[in-house]
Ligand binder design. Sequence first.
Ligand SMILES: Cc1cc2nc3c(=O)[nH]c(=O)nc-3n(C[C@H](O)[C@H](O)[C@H](O)COP(=O)(O)O)c2cc1C
Length: 259
Amino acid sequence: MAHSTPYTIAFAAGVSIVCGVLVAGSAVALKPRQEENKMLDQRKQVLSVAGLLNQGEALAPAEINSRFDQSIIPIVIDLKSGALAPDIAAATFDMQRAMKDPATSESAPANDAKVFRLPKHALVYKVVEAGETKGLILPIQGYGLWSVLYGFLAVGADGNTIQGITFYQHGETPGLGGEVDNPKWKSLWPGRRAYNNAWKPAIRVIKGQAGAPDADPHSIDGLSGATITSNGVTALVQFWLGDMGYGPFLGAVREGRAI
Ligand SMILES: Cc1cc2nc3c(=O)[nH]c(=O)nc-3n(C[C@H](O)[C@H](O)[C@H](O)COP(=O)(O)O)c2cc1C
C-alpha cells in the first residue's frame, strides 16, 4: 500500500516524538536509582580500601549500607587549612560537583597530576572501631596515560602509614596501565609510608621492583610496560598528599588537632 509523502513524514515525526518522550521519561524515572547505585558503589569502594570488604565478597545494598554506617564516618574538611568544616553536611556533600563549580572551587596551580581545579572543601572518611579512629580514606584523582584515574587512598590515624589504595574509574589499557586494578599490585601498598622524615610526600611507583615495606617504605613496584601510568599514579598520590591536597589536614591529624 503506497502512502503520500506528507503521511510518511508525519508518521516518522510521530514515531520520533513518542520514542523521544519514552527515552526522556525513563531517563528521568531512573535518575534516583542511578544516583543510589552510584552512592552504593562509592560506599563499596570505601569499605574495600578500608579493608572492610573482601575481594569478591558480594553484599546486598542493605548490607553495604549497614557495614558502612557501622564503621565509616564521612567528614568535610577545608582543604587549604586542613580544619574540619562542620557546617557542611557530609551526607549530601558531592566533592566532584564542588570541584567543577566555580563558586566552590578554584583553578589549581600547574601540577604533574594534571588536576586543574581544586575544591574549597573535601569529603574524607574516618574508619572507626570501638569509638577510635583507625584510618582515613582520602579521595584521589589524576592523569595516567589515557585518562583521569579516580580512586581512594587509605592512611592510618598516624597520618603516614598507608593502609591501601583503590581505583574505581579509569580508562587505562587492560593488562598495562589497567593493572592498577590488580589486587596483587594493590597489596604492595599497605604498610608503606606516605611521607619522608621532613614530612614531604615520598611514596612513589618506581621502575622495577621495590623491597619489603620495612626496608623500602616509600617505593612501590612499577607496572611493567606501563611506566606512564605508573608515573601518573606517583604524581597523583604525591599531589593529594601535598600542600595543595590533604597535606594540611594530615598535618593537623598528626598533631592531634583534626580528629
Ligand atoms: C595500545 C597500547 C596501549 C598502551 N597502554 C598503556 C597504558 O595504559 N599505560 C602506560 O603507561 N603505557 C601504555 N602503553 C605503553 C606506552 O606507550 C609506553 O611505551 C610505556 O608506558 C613505557 O613503559 P615501559 O618503560 O615500562 O615499557 C601502551 C602502548 C600501546 C601500544
